[in-house]
Design a binder for this molecule. Structure first.
Ligand code: ADE
Ligand code: ZN
Length: 327
């Protein structure tokens, strides 16, 4: 069997995908025209999705998010994102969305959730893809805004809306100040994850674990700067959702073949890694392509790819009977 077919059919879960980052460029264009969102000049649609650092990327991400206005728009982008996961052989996904950027564009939480939740049901019916939603805090906004975020999402907590995340630019915005909102979310029964160690130091990974109480770390590359913390994460079986193409485009670790690329050194150290896409169309990728990219650049054999796919099911916030059925 060709590698492409092998990675596509490997049963796996996608645990790190942002909804606004999963809007393909043509849908973005269509929604921007429909909703009168002004776009920068471009020659080809694909040019809309060119950037080479996280800050520039997040500007485009926000523009995409602001082109999504009514419940049908949310349904469309969620349905297409889930179809894309299913086509890459994803059996299950826990995906992020960024309510605050939509809120700031005047959209109600009811509008956002109704479109997305309906798309999750429709995608399960049409593609057999089971999905769960993780509203994520924009760390560049204030603690007060994140506490308000929690109040606004908790009425939607359900077997489908299961946790919270923390994203946007980590370097100037460390995790520690968000402890009060994570404490409240935990009390309310939410599962917890956060982006840490993507641009910020290893101490952010430690604070995400110790102060926020997260169960997984999104990205986490800079954990490698602290060998004691690496040993602890191995002992505690902490999963890291790593995103190969995202490192190439949005970080300074641009060469996946380099011996010191953090995904390489994290693998070699024995950390539990889950391979994910982050923002598939915005980073010109899909879940199968991310597995193939690792196989090709890091010389991973099929047993290693299968082990990574098993990690994705282990680290998913699934109940044990569902997990066993998929392994
Ligand atoms: N939102 C979408 N992708 C992101 C990333 N890689 N880091 C932080 N926030 C994001
Ligand atoms: Zn991310």
């Amino acid at each position: 069997m060709q590698l492409e077919q092998f990675v596509r059919t490997l049963p796996k879960a996608e645990l790190h995908l942002h909804l606004a980052g999963a809007v393909n460029a043509r849908t973005f264009l269509k929604l921007a025209h429909k909703n009168n969102v002004a776009l920068p000049d471009f020659d080809e649609v694909e040019d809309l999705y060119r950037y080479d650092n996280l800050v520039d990327f997040l500007d485009v991400y926000d523009l995409v998010a602001r082109s999504v206005v009514d419940a049908d728009d949310f349904h469309l982008i969620a349905y297409e994102a889930l179809e894309h996961v299913a086509k890459a052989g994803g059996r299950y996904t826990e995906f992020f969305f960024s309510p605050q950027v939509h809120q700031d564009a005047g959209i109600s939480y009811q509008t956002m959730f109704s479109g997305i939740l309906q798309a999750m049901d429709d995608a399960e019916r049409d593609f057999g893809l089971v999905s769960r939603l993780i509203p994520a805090i924009n760390r560049e906004l204030s603690l007060d805004r994140s506490l308000e975020f929690l109040e606004l999402i908790l009425p939607f907590r359900s077997d489908k809306v299961i946790g919270i995340g923390l994203d946007y630019d980590e370097e100037p915005f460390p995790p520690a100040p968000f402890k009060p909102v994570y404490d409240k979310a935990k009390k309310a029964g939410m599962r917890l994850t956060a982006h840490a160690g993507e641009g910020g130091p290893a101490a952010n990974v430690r604070d995400a674990l110790d102060l926020l109480g997260v169960e997984r770390i999104d990205h986490g590359y800079r954990v490698m700067e602290d060998p004691d913390l690496v040993a602890r994460c191995i002992a505690e079986d902490i999963a890291f959702t790593v995103c190969p193409s995202s490192t190439v485009i949005l970080t300074h670790w641009r060469d996946l073949t380099a011996a010191d690329h953090p995904i390489r050194t994290m693998l070699d150290a024995g950390l539990k890694l889950v391979v994910d896409t982050d923002d598939p169309p915005m980073l010109q990728t899909d879940l199968a392509k991310e597995y193939r990219l690792l196989a090709e650049t890091m010389s991973l054999d099929r047993a290693s790819l299968a082990a990574l796919a098993l990690n994705s099911l282990d680290a998913a916030w699934l109940d044990d009977s569902t997990r066993r059925a998929w392994r």
